[in-house]
Design a protein around this ligand. Structure first.
Ligand code: CAA
Length: 394
């Protein structure tokens, strides 16, 4: 059975800030953020956008672009580490906003940035086991990455969602979940206590944990799938908290393959996967899949039938290295989605506006309900402890 990603949708918030602006305001050399971290713009969500609205928007686009009807979905998973409720899953809000049918398994997965990959692997196994009975899965990765003002993590924030339609006979990337290596270890590199809106991170340690997990997952992959090497893949996409992290990851994987000059292959194998992430920042669960979308949308190489290597990392931690095959025509399909144009439509904030939005977001969970023009999926506020949303169709 051929299984994999049939189509995708992307949502980014309507606002963003240039990291050059942030650097100047923080008294940091802009080159540190632009070159040192490898990100030049990051997404900022206004107060009527949250993890739910981003997930719904990305999910809507994925369904539309694949011609998938709401009742074709038998499994709806939202991977997130910035959920809006301790009990009710983001997936239930998304089900309601998208009108997904009722005979469907609907839930949320959490394992830091790995939550979306956990959902994707589960969806592939669900289809291959026969339990799907012809239905498709919608796996949405949605997050708002927030570290707080004036912290070292501040320039590595971001926000966005990537939705994947997972099915038989996929039209983008074929995936076999057995072609995958995993690595998990209990570490305290990055976390967000229940009482905190901001993530806490042991920054430099988290970088080392990412690299250790990459080694562990790739070693496991090599044991399970002998003969397939990252170095032989046409392209590689890594979890991208910031672009430089992908460079460090690539260096390590190529070195494990015995390459003495691992940087030489970086632009060819990885460059295209960083074009969109560099303009969005870290979107946590969706980060790897934004890198994949970027690769398919911007690579000048013909990837038809070519093998890709993919690496997912979630702090805490769990990691997975897996491979997939690009389905002929996938690049044209993703190109037609107009992802760069979507990023270009965002409004670029001044530094003062950025600080105002970040402060306003602290009160989001008690924001009184406001009426809004129903031109998109919007968060209206909270009424009797219930979050209220509107969808464009309503
Ligand atoms: N010009 C060019 N480069 C410069 C520079 C300049 N003027 N000044 C500094 N740099 C370079 C540094 O040399 C460094 O590059 P290398 O890593 O190649 O040495 C880079 O810019 C960053 O500099 P610092 O390490 O000094 O930066 P920092 O201490 O302020 O913090 C950080 C960097 C630890 C990544 C911090 O932003 C952070 O904590 N971010 C959040 C955590 C994170 O993203 N971790 C990633 C792994 S965990 C993960 O992936 C899960 C997840 O999504 C969170």
């Amino acid at each position: 059975m051929r299984t994999g990603i049939d189509g995708l949708g992307l949502a980014v918030p309507s606002l963003c800030i240039d990291l050059e602006t942030l650097a100047k305001a923080r008294g940091v050399a802009p080159a540190k953020y632009l070159d040192g971290l490898g990100t030049w713009r990051m997404g900022i969500a206004p107060i009527d956008e949250d993890t739910v609205t981003l997930a719904a928007r990305a999910g809507h686009m994925a369904l539309e672009s694949t011609g998938t009807k709401e009742d074709d979905i038998g499994l709806l998973i939202v991977g997130t580490e910035t959920a809006v409720d301790h009990s009710k899953p983001v997936a239930s809000f998304v089900q309601g906003l998208l009108g997904i049918g009722r005979n469907c398994r609907v839930f949320e997965t959490k394992h830091a940035c790995y939550g979306g990959t956990a959902g994707l692997m589960m969806a592939l196994d669900w289809i291959r086991s026969g339990s799907a009975r012809g239905k498709k899965a919608l796996v949405v990765c949605s997050d708002i990455a927030r570290y707080g003002l004036k912290t070292a993590g501040e320039p590595t924030q971001g926000a966005g969602a990537v939705a994947l339609v997972v099915s038989e006979n996929p039209r983008l990337v074929e995936l076999d979940p057995s072609q995958s290596g995993q690595y998990a270890i209990d570490v305290h590199d990055f976390w967000r206590p229940l009482y905190s809106k901001d993530a806490h991170v042991d920054g430099h340690y988290s970088v080392q944990c990412y690299l250790d997990a990459l080694s562990g997952a790739y070693r496991h992959f090599q044991q399970l799938v002998p003969g397939v090497r990252a170095s032989d893949c046409a392209a590689l996409a890594y979890h991208v908290p910031y672009g430089k992290m992908a460079r460090k990851a690539h260096r390590q994987v190529r070195a494990m393959d015995g390459d003495e000059n691992p940087d030489a292959s970086f632009d060819v194998q990885v460059g295209a996967s960083l074009v969109l992430p560099a303009q969005v920042g870290n979107i946590y669960t969706g980060s790897l899949y934004l890198a994949l979308a970027s690769l398919l949308a911007t690579s000048v190489k013909n990837l038809d039938g070519q093998q890709l290597g993919l690496f997912s990392y979630g702090s805490g931690s769990c990691a997975e290295f897996f491979v997939g095959t690009v389905v002929p025509g996938a690049q044209e399909r993703v190109h037609a989605l107009g992802l760069q144009a979507m990023l270009d439509r965002r409004r670029v904030l001044s530094f003062d506006e950025y600080e105002q939005v970040m402060k306003a977001r602290e009160e989001l969970d008690v924001r009184p309900v406001e009426q809004a023009v129903a031109d998109d999926f919007r968060f209206l506020g909270v009424d009797s402890h219930r979050r209220t949303y509107v969808s464009p169709e309503a």
